[in-house]
Write a protein that binds this ligand. Structure first.
Ligand SMILES: C[S@@+](CC[C@H](N)C(=O)[O-])C[C@H]1O[C@@H](n2cnc3c(N)ncnc32)[C@H](O)[C@@H]1O
Length: 257
């Protein structure tokens, strides 16, 4: 799947933190994640019976929530290239209310293994920042939705108001990397032996929460990401900043045939 240095790095990183990914997200966002996920479901405007592809599904957080919107007879495919993230996702899907509607698959967002027009919507949550080639992923997502289908992204963004930006960047660049030190404490399956706790990570893969703020640095701001949506061939592109623009929704429609 992976033939790009960034992709290989991202994959190693997520395989290292898969066990603590869900817990960390809730802690790091102080629970605001749930509001963002709800706003995402609203923007997605999913309907019963739809077929949805959740690209870079990770531990199936959004996948499971989308399934409850397309129930009782829709289908959701979650696709990711990190087996360890998918493994956690599979455990969650097995006990999710509409888990039977979900299929989790290994695959590359840059080369989606589906024919043109397969889905009513394609989604991507907190992952455009991590892919090696954003225009290519957006083009792939546009290709696999039917004419009139939607492409929706939920992603961290760059707040335009400095009164929000300054404390946010301080938190993100100075405090979030400290999570690398307590990481093993929160791994699924219980606390680790004491001797795994102390040292800060020495290599870059283990330093996932040092990578996180850096991943935002080169990422397009709200307007530029909207431009990339349009360049991918999507129309009626809309954006909705959340929590002062810390996070942003983008969505657009593949032109009807
Ligand atoms: C931050 S997680 C987001 C997971 C999930 N969407 C969520 O909302 O929690 C990013 C995920 O993107 C996946 N990923 C990154 N690049 C990918 C690619 N090119 N193809 C497939 N998955 C990719 C990683 O394996 C990781 O699971």
């Amino acid at each position: 799947v992976v033939d790009h240095p960034k992709a290989a790095r991202v994959r190693r990183l997520f395989s290292a933190i898969a066990g603590r990914y869900d817990t960390f997200n809730l802690i790091m966002t102080a629970g605001t994640l749930r509001c963002w996920q709800r706003a995402f479901l609203e923007a997605g405007n999913f309907a019963a019976g739809e077929r949805v592809l959740d690209v870079c599904c990770g531990t199936a957080e959004l996948t499971i929530r989308i399934a409850s919107r397309v129930a009782p007879d829709g289908r959701v495919v979650g696709l990711d290239f990190t087996e360890e993230m998918l493994a956690i996702g599979r455990r969650k899907v097995a006990v999710a209310p509409h888990g039977a509607l979900i299929e989790l698959a290994m695959g590359d967002a840059m080369d989606l293994p589906f024919p043109d027009g397969t889905f009513d919507a394609a989604t991507i949550g907190f992952a455009l920042r991590n892919v090696a080639d954003i225009p290519r992923v957006l083009a792939e997502m546009t290709r696999v939705v039917r004419p009139g289908g939607r492409v929706i992204s939920l992603e961290l963004s760059k707040p335009e108001n400095p009164l929000i930006g300054a404390p946010y960047y301080f938190y993100f660049h100075r405090l979030v990397p400290l999570l690398d030190r307590i990481g093993p404490l929160l791994d699924r399956g219980g606390p680790p032996p004491r001797d795994r706790l102390a040292p800060p990570p020495r290599n870059r893969e283990a330093a996932a929460y040092t990578y996180l703020p850096n991943s935002l640095r080169d990422f397009p701001d709200r307007r530029n990401l909207a431009r990339l949506f349009a360049e991918a061939g999507l129309v009626t592109v809309k954006t909705r900043p959340l929590t002062g623009g810390i996070v942003c929704l983008h969505w657009g429609v593949r032109p009807p045939a």
